[in-house]
Design a protein around this ligand. Structure first.
Ligand code: UD1
Length: 431
């Protein structure tokens, strides 16, 4: 099993360059299904979810060629609808974008139900289905597959989501790019990656306005053309390194980032005791004094991101006093708590709120990356706590973070990726 070993208790200093945003790259990759032409996507993060998404397109007959580590050429002219490989689809949350993109291009979608991070609760797709049905599709789910059909094509309409959902907003944009007339999405997600997808599609000839507000209008067009496009920087990766500095102390320049996207994270870290200086496309985060307790509720953008919940919990374990983090996006997202308890952290979960009694000395331990962002939180904990910590199940971290070990080494962390035979292997049970 691949593991990360960390000798913690050292400050971080230097500059870290932020990669392209995973959650923007994935919808843009699947949006290429709509385009019978060559697209070149730059600033792609080198992460497992990205590689799996590209493999899905390739297995469906698309031409996919890596030009370099972070640039890919995609041409979906010969892609066959309904042919996605179930095993890969079921590993990824973003594979649900196959439905919108296939429906948009072929008037029929057929693909396995999506996987993705397990936060301990359900991740339904009822709002996606409601949107497809409003556009005129007939949708059914059976035997682990979703099938949607609109033999007479989709027609623009008003889609009102019951609550804010990133995935359904993206899927309805994808499905309605070629729909007849105008589609209006109300109560739309305002996340920067929704805007990035709309910008990409508009560069290819789509007519989408209002992305970044809660009302998005899509005027159907008849075709799209290829383009060259660079993905925006990853705000969650940036926020993760900012939290790492908050937890360890030190001074780090976060480069290739958009400070505007980080406003809720910066404001909270300042409240907790960090100093933040913003520049055009970078910021400097430093922490020299003690940390202060805080109350946080995760919310859709521009609120505090749920994908920063576990990392911030680690920071608050270092702050004297009782802090609260309430999960406002997912049903539950507290699987990280048991792992932090292995360090001696005092955290109780009451309903949707983690109550963190911070400021107690913690001791290094072996922790499991239970999901992508929780895994990043374990790395931050390992960096902050003196002694040798080990993180297992690191493939979950590598789903979304490009070269986290290399980037932290450049900041002075004593961290390495290595291999440890697992129990079955040691006992001769491995086959
Ligand atoms: C995306 C991100 C994920 C992030 C989340 C919220 C990707 C690949 N993943 O996930 O990293 O944490 O946005 O910013 O981009 N819901 C329903 N029915 C639906 C759709 C959603 O009940 O049809 C619920 C979800 O279970 C969740 C909430 O709505 O409780 C928000 O989900 P959503 O914004 O759709 O998240 P994802 O797109 O799955």
């Amino acid at each position: 099993m691949d593991i990360i070993e960390i000798e913690g208790g050292r400050e971080l200093n230097g500059t870290v360059e932020i990669s392209g945003m995973k959650n923007a790259a994935l919808p843009i990759i699947f949006a290429c299904i709509l385009i019978k032409d060559r697209c070149v996507i730059e600033n792609l993060p080198s992460a497992i979810d990205v590689a799996n998404s590209l493999e899905i397109l390739s297995k469906m007959g698309a031409h996919v060629r890596m030009i370099n580590r972070n640039t890919v050429e995609i041409d979906c002219t010969n892609l066959e609808g309904g042919s996605s490989p179930y095993e890969l689809v079921s590993k990824l949350r973003a594979s649900s974008y196959l439905y919108g993109a296939e429906l948009g291009r072929f008037k029929r979608a057929y693909a396995g139900l999506p996987g993705g991070c397990d936060f301990g609760g359900t991740r339904p797709i009822d709002q996606h289905i409601k949107g497809f049905e409003a556009l005129g599709a007939k949708v059914s789910t059976e035997n682990g597959y979703l099938e949607a059909e609109a033999p007479n094509g989709l027609r623009g309409t008003q889609v009102f989501f019951d609550f804010i959902t990133v995935g359904a907003t993206i899927n309805i944009i994808l499905a309605s790019v070629f729909a007849k007339g105008v589609t209006v999405i109300d109560n739309a997600a305002r996340e920067p990656h929704v805007v990035d997808l709309a910008n990409f599609l508009n560069t290819c000839g789509a007519n989408i306005t209002g992305a970044g507000t809660d009302t998005i209008k899509i005027k159907g067009v008849t075709s799209l053309h290829g383009c060259n496009y660079a993905i925006i920087p990853d705000m969650i990766e940036a926020g993760t390194y900012m939290s790492a500095v908050a937890a360890t102390g030190g001074r780090v320049c976060i480069s290739n980032t958009i400070p505007k996207h980080l406003e809720s994270i910066s404001a909270k870290l300042e409240e907790i005791g960090c100093e933040i200086e913003e520049f055009d496309d970078s910021l400097i985060v430093s922490r020299t004094g003690p940390l202060r307790k805080a109350n946080i509720k995760t919310l859709p953008y521009p609120g505090f991101p749920t994908d920063m919940h576990p990392q911030t919990a680690v920071v608050l374990c270092m702050a004297e006093g009782v802090s609260f983090i309430t999960e406002g996006v997912f049903e539950t997202r507290f699987r990280y708590v048991d792992e932090l308890r292995k360090l001696g952290a005092k955290i109780e979960v009451h309903g949707k709120t983690a109550v963190i009694e911070g400021g107690h000395p913690l001791t290094a331990a072996t922790m499991k990356a239970v999901d992508l962002r929780a895994g990043a939180a374990m790395v931050i904990a390992g960096l902050a706590v003196p002694g040798q910590s080990v993180i297992t199940d690191i493939h979950l971290i590598e789903r979304g973070f490009e070269d986290i070990v290399g980037k932290l080494q450049k900041l002075g962390a004593v961290i390495r990726r290595s291999y440890r035979p697992d129990e079955d292997f040691i006992q001769g049970k491995a086959n």
